[in-house]
Write a protein that binds this ligand. Structure first.
Ligand SMILES: *[C@@H]1O[C@H](CO)[C@@H](O)[C@H](O)[C@H]1NC(C)=O
Ligand SMILES: *[C@@H]1O[C@H](CO)[C@@H](O)[C@H](O)[C@H]1NC(C)=O
Length: 238
């Protein structure tokens, strides 16, 4: 093989490797925390009638009781994904960082005016064991903060229903975590970062025009749940 082809193949491989990561980071998950009473109200306001969710799975959140790790941007969950029971740990950063292992998956997330860089490690839950968190998850989180894993208490499980939407030319998802009488609802759209500002404005305008009630503050479901349970005070704001 001459060196020209060698180099071409090298770059082709490099592109193949690099592109999935680039793709994930070039997009941003725009999210709106919704404070309507229930998902039926939201779907009705959006003119969708009363469709059944396309999927509904359990989800549980974990933290100390009262919660402490959430304020440091650490999140722990179990849920069902693609028919498999999994656990997942997430670490939220205020800006993009390369200080994460290569096997962690990172995405940009935005609620309200605030974008964060969130990295995640999922592991399958092994049946017939009481172990929830795998070695890589422990190693990953403890790179940033020591965690007492046996102290983590379960909040849930709750049912998480999802619907597909089309809004302003984008595909979006609407989901509801039913935590007793409380409905933790969100609309999420994944858009290229170059379109972030425009898409965020156009979605927000659309939701307001349809009289959807946007939560104040705009924040993730775990924080909303803990706030509703009376655990979050203003000093916990990130
Ligand atoms: C997932 O967990 C639930 C609840 O523990 C159990 O009923 C179900 O069989 C599990 N599913 C799989 C695929 O292991
Ligand atoms: C972890 O938490 C458990 C339960 O609260 C406690 O008994 C144990 O001493 C803690 N371990 C450490 C190392 O702090």
């Amino acid at each position: 093989m001459n060196s020209y082809y060698g180099i071409s193949i090298y770059y082709a491989l490099l592109l193949l490797w690099a592109s999935p990561f680039a793709a994930a980071k070039d997009k941003i998950n725009l999210q709106w925390a919704i404070c309507d009473k229930n998902p039926q109200d939201v779907l009705w306001k959006l003119g969708m009638g009363a469709p059944d969710p396309y999927k509904e799975n359990p989800i549980a959140y974990y933290d100390t009781k009262p919660p402490t790790y959430i304020s440091d941007g650490l999140m722990f969950r179990t849920k069902t994904s693609k028919g498999q029971n999994i656990s997942t740990v997430k670490v939220r950063f205020q800006k993009e960082t390369s200080d994460v292992p290569e096997w962690a998956d990172c995405v940009w997330d935005r609620y309200g005016e605030k974008a964060t860089f969130t990295c995640e490690k999922r592991c399958p839950l092994r049946p017939h064991t009481s172990t929830i968190w795998c070695k890589q998850q422990i190693e990953f989180v403890e790179h940033y903060e020591k965690v007492n894993w046996t102290e983590l208490a379960e909040f849930g499980p709750y049912q998480n229903a999802k619907w597909k939407l089309h809004i302003q030319g984008y595909k979006a998802k609407f989901d509801d975590v039913a935590a007793g009488p409380l409905h933790l609802m969100e609309i999420e759209a994944k858009v290229p970062r170059s379109k972030e500002k425009k898409a965020y404005q156009s979605f927000t305008h659309y939701l307001k025009r349809h009289r959807i009630i946007l939560c104040d503050p705009q924040e993730g479901k775990t924080r909303r749940l803990f706030r509703a349970l009376g655990y979050m005070s203003d000093k916990d704001e990130l």
